[in-house]
Design a protein around this ligand. Structure first.
Ligand SMILES: NC(=O)c1ccc[n+]([C@@H]2O[C@H](COP(=O)([O-])OP(=O)(O)OC[C@H]3O[C@@H](n4cnc5c(N)ncnc54)[C@H](OP(=O)(O)O)[C@@H]3O)[C@@H](O)[C@H]2O)c1
Length: 255
């Protein structure tokens, strides 16, 4: 029977690439996000490539909406074996001194409480499958802070704390927890969301960086972890572009 994978934040970037990749690996994918037009396009793409997927409208900040995702999972054509908590992002690059409370609130709501809410809602189905996998897409900001990144790092540290705690609490049950920590990934929207639609500021993040990671690189890491035999638990996978040795050490050509 086809296994079902749920990917949140599947309407763009890493989530969309992960949905495509997991469908290619043979999963039926429930692609969840708020922008259903994007999801419909993604499902068509997946089907054209020979895979199967279902679009599910889901706002991870809403109990009701996430309950709808759990209902969709119950109606899916197979056991739910994989949840990829990917919905998230950054808002602002202000110092702690002047950071906007609203930005911090948004980052906490989507990255942290979104992961908590979706994981709680899907855990029974994942456990019932007998071999469940919970992936949490945190970040290198989940273990390193940087100037201007206080709110994002706080949220990603919290997601990392969820992953570690959950792994301890679920020990002995058929559920593994995998944390993926990407460094610099050039996706179309991450920077635009962070800089409130300012394309120049978003592009400056990657200026001169030879080959930042792309969404497909992270999807590849997620798919590799999720398709190991179930007794193999990759606790945490840190992946950066070659040009980024550390958060503060990025090789930029011509600079
Ligand atoms: N890009 C990077 O450099 C990088 C590095 C490390 C970690 N990450 C992490 O990787 C994940 C994906 O990032 P990305 O670069 O692919 O960014 P992205 O293209 O901006 O994707 C973010 C996704 O999250 C969804 N989302 C936002 N708010 C949501 C909500 N309330 N409910 C449901 N979905 C919501 C968005 O869909 P809708 O707007 O349609 O809902 C979108 O599909 C994030 O968790 C990010 O923090 C990114």
């Amino acid at each position: 029977m086809t296994s079902v994978a749920i990917v949140t934040g599947a309407s763009s970037g890493i989530g969309a690439a992960t949905a495509r990749r997991l469908a290619a690996e043979g999963f039926h994918v429930l692609a969840a996000a708020r922008r259903t037009d994007r999801l419909a396009g993604l499902v068509k793409e997946i089907e054209a490539a020979g895979g199967t997927a279902t679009a599910v409208a889901c706002d991870v900040t809403s109990d009701e909406s996430v309950a709808g995702l759990a209902t969709a999972a119950q109606g899916a054509p197979g056991p739910v074996t994989l949840l990829v908590n990917n919905a998230g992002g950054a808002r602002g690059l202000d110092p702690v001194e002047s950071g906007a409370i609203g930005d911090w609130q948004w980052m906490y709501d989507v990255n942290v409480l979104g992961t908590l809410r979706v994981t709680q809602a899907l855990l029974p189905a994942l456990e019932a499958s007998g071999a469940g996998t919970i992936v949490i897409v945190s970040s290198t900001a989940g273990f390193t802070v940087y100037e201007g990144g206080g709110g994002y790092a706080a949220a990603k540290h919290a997601q990392t704390a969820i992953a570690g705690t959950l792994r301890l609490e679920l020990c002995g049950r058929p559920l593994r927890v995998i944390e993926i920590d990407p460094g610099m990934v050039r996706t179309d929207e991450f920077g635009l969301v962070r800089f409130d639609g300012d394309a120049d500021k978003a592009a400056a993040t990657y200026a001169g960086v030879p080959e930042p990671l792309v969404a497909e690189d992270v999807a590849d890491c997620i798919a590799w972890c999720a398709t190991r035999p179930h007794h193999v638990n990759v606790d945490r996978l840190v992946v950066r572009p070659l040009a980024q040795a550390a958060q503060h050490k990025v090789h930029r050509v011509g600079q």
